[in-house]
Design a protein. Structure first.
Length: 226
């Protein structure tokens, strides 16, 4: 394979929501710890997250939403981070990821992104005027020796990865909560298919493992049948 093996790893509600609402002020990382019946088992998701791949792919919008543009500088980790971003990461957010990451790769189609004016030893930029997720993954493997990567982006990018057949495995932690709301982000959003000819874009799954966790949480692991 000319690209890394990919795993979509997410925390979601029973109805598939990955946010607590349709506003950027609402977020599961901020809100779940305050909800009785959900907060008790939440630690299991973060413990599982610590066992994921040493490469992690994220979106700038999600990272800005959880506060990296104002957060205190973190300790260095062995994980290399890839962030797809055009306008959400500010200079502080970029320095945050450089401090956090083994290697930090920013992917952008914005030629005026503030990252271009910064000098950090572990900062790398993949610039594409027309973004191709497949090309980005191919370059991550060929130029940065990325063999496996965990995807933790928002619903729209998740949808692009799915429809372009770029997801190999799904690893989902299901929290015991219903959220609702047609405008609230789900595990896979983005453009809907409109015809039978597009049914090939759907992701058919084969269950690998179903684990009943504590406090009514579940962990579901699937392989996508391409």
């Amino acid at each position: 394979m000319d690209r890394p093996i990919t795993t979509l790893f997410m925390l979601m509600s029973v109805d598939g929501k990955i946010s607590t609402g349709a506003s950027d002020n609402l977020d599961v990382d901020k809100d779940f710890p305050r909800i009785a019946g959900v907060k008790e088992g939440l630690h299991q998701y973060y413990e599982i997250e610590q066992t994921t791949d040493l490469w992690s792919l994220n979106s700038g919008r999600v990272q800005a939403k959880i506060g990296v543009n104002t957060a205190d500088m973190p300790d260095k980790t062995p994980v290399s981070f890839v962030v797809i971003d055009n306008k959400h990461l500010e200079e502080h957010g970029i320095r945050y990821f450089c401090a956090l990451s083994n290697q930090f790769v920013l992917v952008t189609s914005n030629e005026k992104h503030p990252a271009f004016d910064m000098e950090e030893d572990n900062l790398h930029i993949i610039y594409r005027k027309d973004l191709s997720l497949k090309d980005v993954l191919t370059e991550l493997k060929s130029e940065y020796n990325c063999e496996r990567i965990t995807i933790q982006t928002g619903g729209t990018l998740n949808g692009l990865f799915l429809h372009e057949k770029l997801i190999d495995y799904i690893d989902i932690v299901v929290a015991p909560i219903l959220i609702g709301g047609k405008d609230t982000s789900t595990l896979v959003d983005g453009k809907s298919i409109l015809s039978e000819s597009e049914l090939s874009k759907l992701g058919v799954l084969e269950l690998q493992e179903c684990v009943v966790l504590e406090d009514s949480y579940l962990r579901l692991r699937y392989e996508i049948i391409h």
